[in-house]
Design a protein around this ligand. Structure first.
Ligand SMILES: Nc1nc2c(ncn2[C@@H]2O[C@@H]3COP(=O)(O)O[C@H]4[C@@H](O)[C@H](n5cnc6c(=O)[nH]c(N)nc65)O[C@@H]4COP(=O)(O)O[C@H]3[C@H]2O)c(=O)[nH]1
Length: 953
């Protein structure tokens, strides 16, 4: 036995002491000897092991790992194998095979079950840890760094690949691949930190960027504990993980926080965060934003020391309980409040409060909005709305007025484009609003209005902002109509014209009515010509126009000569027809722009625009020629002449009154000059007219002042030379002008009622003188008194005469009234009847100036007269014709039973002729001029004074 050999050499005991089992095997590996004979191997007693191959004791799964038996003198590597124990259990053993020359093959088997178990446990642990580590996000590692700069990762979990894209085995000896992928901006810092950690042996902690294999920049975060190693190196144990998401999340969070902070402080609204107190009341402010500070005018520090109750204005009378209740129930409450700011200002705020739980406590986030501007705006808006509503009411009213007014309204823009028109406008013009909007108002122009009118219109609109006047416009149907237009310029804030508003009224109907009224009131009913009043208007309009244009115009005053004869001889109807005919002729003769007017009676007036003296004279000639043409009335043909007075504007007068007076003065002059002529008004005529006026004035005074007196001219019986009567002739001793002839002032007095007063004075004077003569016991002779037309026309003439005679107690037969032939021809006053009544009274009547009028004999016959007084014009120039006339008058008078008195006898020849003709009486200078009463009394005292003058004849 080998054991024996081992023992024999004293080795066996030594072997037995070894912990390991020493087995001697034969060349086939069969066990020959086993140490530890008491315990054996794996529960096998040494004898049980004999002849067993060692490999057969190896767990079948490990047999391949069983080393090959070595050659002489060599050893196999150690192999750790599982061996099967006698009871089938597995035990771990470390097996090394040797070949010890003489001893042959020796196997040293060490029971490493415990160790292996421990190792296995450690491996399992490691496996578990590795698995766990694999589960841990990131990488667990060991990093070792030597002072000479070498570095490696002795250990790293597979996560290294995930983190750096580098496998652990790539960096076991050199850490460079890991550092190569660090972000260039961070690599230096990372290295510095590692160095610092190495120096101080303090925990390395860092976060940094790396470039991932896919090119992404990733954030890594690591922490590891350094450990100084015996060889001078430092070994770190730690982890690294990717925190890109977290980093980004944190960045996002930071950004979001910054954003929210910015929003918190920069929102337009104030934000206040505060607690809810345990008793349910709002607690002090915890956080406020800048806007809240601005609104409430407190600093952040001041505000965060306050609570809501400190800034609420009690006047707002907030129902805090209700607000808190709403917050509790619904989580929010919106209300308006009045807050007192730090500087005492009252601030109207809108508050939107939200209640929420934060970290176990109820908090309120109140959002305040300063609504003062809004409130002011609201108030203003309300006011504006009110005003707008009122304005709308007004507008509606205006619109109603606009549409319902009967006046056309047209509104244009500043460029005179029509913006709108009302219904009345359409009705008047015939154009619908659609047809005229955008167009110029001139579309209704008739073209019949002088351009100067429009020029004046725009001038007035520009300077005064208003114009009104009459225009002729044209309707859509082409008809032209008169329209009254009133335009106002509307100015905007900048004083520029923004619109024009025109009100227009159709004057068609008014014009018609006007024309009718005018016809009635302004036209002469007989001839249809403008009457005096219209003539006056036209003249004044003409004066205004001519005044502006500096042009003359003429006024012709026409008086038909002796028209009375037509009336008297043919009746008023014929007279009217004659006047109508004359009117027609005048109208035909004149231009349409001229005006022919009948002023009354047989007086016409012509207004000739733009006509100077030359034109007026020319026209006067045409008028005379035209009116002189014979005109047939009934079976008679008449031809009357006309006297014309001409006045020229402006030299003869500038208004109606002065021009008409001038023309009147001129026509009187024409008549004085013998009629059938025209006369211009002259300064002399004017002077004469003035004189006339002066006479009139002075004559009134003269009666009062005793400047009047009567002279008496004896009336002589041509047969006997006796004074048979006297003619009272008025004398006026004017204080400045001396003795004035009645021929001068009587006609003036006749133009007015002054002659009536004068007549009264004369009657009183003449009758009074008779009384005086009577009292002087002089012969009582009839006195003849002249009566003018007006005096004769007095309605109470007969009563007046009777009264005067009675007053003076004069016998009516002692009064003779002389009326001119003209008076006797005026039948309108009932001459015959008045004469009869006077005759009945006992007063004698004489016709003065006989022969100058147109008395028809049949007419004369009806008169109750005593005497015909032959006009002195026939006596003065006793040529053949006049002798014949005188003879005829005397003959007629005799035939009709009247006596005759010749006036103006100045010579014995005249006297002789008259006597021969049988003229009864005579007056004249031949016998005596009219003399004062006392001189006449002297004549009465010499009854034979004229006998001598008579007898030689
Ligand atoms: N050349 C000339 N003239 C003679 C002669 N004899 C008399 N006369 C004038 O002839 C006029 C006669 O009066 P008459 O024809 O009635 O005309 C009168 C009469 O119409 C009017 N008149 C005079 N007195 C009165 C009056 O009291 N009442 C009215 N109504 N008229 C009066 O005034 C006229 C003028 O009166 P007188 O100037 O007094 O002028 C008087 C008288 O002075 C003569 O031989 N030769």
């Amino acid at each position: 036995m080998t054991r024996d050999r081992l023992q024999g050499q004293g080795v066996a005991e030594l072997i037995d002491r070894l912990e390991e089992r020493v087995l001697q095997c034969d060349a086939e590996g069969r066990i020959l000897f086993c140490s530890k004979s008491d315990t054996g191997l794996l529960g096998y007693k040494p004898p049980e092991l004999a002849q067993r191959r060692l490999i057969d004791l190896v767990h079948p799964d490990d047999r391949t790992a069983f080393p090959t038996w070595p050659g002489p003198g060599s050893s196999s590597p150690r192999a750790t194998l599982r061996l099967l124990s006698v009871d089938g259990a597995v035990g771990w053993c470390e097996v090394q095979l040797h070949h010890l020359f003489d001893l042959g093959s020796i196997a040293v088997v060490e029971d490493v079950s415990l160790r292996e178990q421990a190792r296995q446990q450690a491996d399992e642990m490691l496996t578990r840890l590795t698995k766990l580590a694999a589960k841990v996000p990131g990488v667990l590692y060991q990093y070792q760094q030597w002072p000479d700069g070498r570095a490696c990762f002795p250990f790293a979990t597979d996560g290294l690949f995930d983190v750096y894209g580098v496998r652990p085995d790539q960096v076991v000896t050199d850490a460079t691949p890991v550092f190569e992928i660090l972000h260039p901006d961070d690599v230096e810092r990372v290295a510095e930190r590692i160095q610092a950690s190495a120096r101080t042996l303090t925990t390395w902690r860092d976060s940094y960027r790396a470039i991932a294999p896919d090119g992404r920049t990733v954030w890594l975060e690591g922490e590891s504990e350094p450990e100084a190693m015996a060889d001078g190196s430092v070994l770190w144990h730690g982890y690294i993980r990717e925190v890109t998401e977290q980093k980004l999340a944190s960045e996002r969070l930071e950004a979001s926080e910054a954003l929210y902070r910015a929003i918190f402080h920069n929102v337009n609204d104030g934000i206040i965060l505060h607690r809810v107190m345990p008793d349910g009341r709002p607690g002090p402010f915890e956080e406020v934003n800048d806007v809240a500070c601005r609104i409430l005018r407190y600093s952040r520090d001041e505000l965060t020391k306050l609570a809501p109750g400190k800034i609420d204005d009690p006047e707002a009378m907030l129902d805090i309980a209700a607000i808190m209740q709403s917050l509790r129930d619904t989580g929010h409450a919106n209300f308006e409040s009045l807050l007192i700011a730090g500087d005492g200002t009252r601030i109207e705020c809108e508050v939107s409060a939200h209640q929420f739980e934060y970290r176990g406590e109820q908090r309120i986030l109140s959002v305040l909005r300063d609504i003062r501007e809004r409130k002011t705006a609201e108030r203003e808006l309300r006011q504006a709305l009110r005003e707008m509503s009122e304005a709308q009411d007004a507008l509606r009213l205006h619109a109603r007025v606009f549409e319902s007014t009967r006046e056309g309204i047209i509104i244009t823009d500043r460029n005179n484009h029509i913006l709108t028109v009302n219904a009345a406008y359409s009705e008047i013009t015939g154009y619908s609003a659609r047809e005229v909007i955008g167009r110029n108002p001139s579309i209704v122009g008739s073209g019949e209005v002088d351009k100067s009118v429009y020029r004046e219109m725009w001038r007035s609109l520009d300077s005064e902002g208003h114009w009104q006047g009459e225009l002729l416009n044209r309707r859509k149907d082409g008809s032209v109509y008169p329209q009254w237009l009133s335009i106002s310029a509307v100015r905007g804030d900048g004083d520029d014209v923004t619109h024009y508003i025109g009100w227009l009224r159709d004057l068609t109907r008014e014009k018609e009515i006007e024309r009718r009224i005018e016809r009635l009131s302004n036209l002469d009913s007989l001839t249809g010509l403008p009457n005096r009043s219209l003539f006056r208007d036209r003249l004044e309009v003409q004066a205004a126009t001519s005044g502006k244009r500096g042009k003359p115009f003429s006024l012709l005053y026409l008086d038909l000569d002796r028209f009375k004869i037509v009336n008297d001889s043919m009746g008023t109807e014929s007279g009217d027809a004659y006047l109508q005919k004359m009117a027609e002729r005048l109208v035909r003769l004149l231009r349409p722009t001229d005006t022919v007017s009948r002023l009354g009676g047989d007086e016409f007036a012509l207004l000739l625009p733009d006509t100077d003296a030359e034109g007026a004279a020319h026209l006067a000639g045409k008028v005379q020629a035209e009116l002189n043409r014979p005109h047939k009335i009934g079976d008679r043909t008449l031809s009357l002449t006309v006297s014309i007075g001409i006045a020229i504007y402006p030299q003869d007068g500038k208004d109606y009154q002065s021009l008409l007076t001038a023309a009147d003065v001129a026509v009187n002059r024409a008549k004085e000059k013998g009629r059938n002529t025209s006369e211009f008004f002259t300064v002399e005529l004017q002077d004469q007219a003035r004189r006339t006026l002066q006479i009139e004035t002075d004559l009134r005074a003269a009666m009062v002042k005793g400047e009047l007196s009567l002279h008496y001219q004896p009336k002589v019986d041509l047969a006997s030379g006796e004074i048979v009567g006297a003619e009272a002739l008025l004398r006026w001793q004017h204080p400045e002008r001396g003795a004035m002839s009645p021929a001068e002032f009587i006609p003036v007095a006749e133009e007015t009622d002054l002659i009536v007063e004068v007549g009264h004075w004369v009657l009183d004077a003449a009758l009074g003188q008779q009384v005086a003569w009577r009292e002087q016991a002089l012969a009582t002779l009839p006195v003849a008194v002249n009566l003018s037309v007006r005096e004769f026309r007095q309605p109470d003439l007969v009563d007046l005469i009777a009264r005067k005679l009675a007053e003076h107690r004069i016998d009516p037969s002692l009064l003779e009234l002389e009326i001119t032939e003209g008076v006797s021809l005026d039948d309108s006053i009932g001459v015959v009847e008045v004469m009869q009544r006077l005759r009945k009274l006992g007063v004698a009547m004489a016709i003065d100036d006989f022969g100058t009028g147109y008395s028809s004999l049949s007419y004369l016959k009806r008169f109750s007269i005593n005497d015909l007084k032959i006009d002195q014009s026939f006596v003065r120039a006793l040529d053949g014709d006049n002798q014949a006339i005188v003879t005829a008058i005397v003959g007629v008078a005799r035939g009709l039973g009247f006596s005759t008195t010749a006036e103006g006898i100045e010579t014995a020849e005249q006297l002789a002729f008259l006597k021969r003709q049988g003229c009864k009486c005579g007056q004249g200078y031949y016998f005596s001029r009219p003399v004062p009463a006392d001189e006449f009394a002297a004549l009465l005292r010499q009854p034979k004074a004229y006998t001598d003058l008579i007898s030689p004849v």
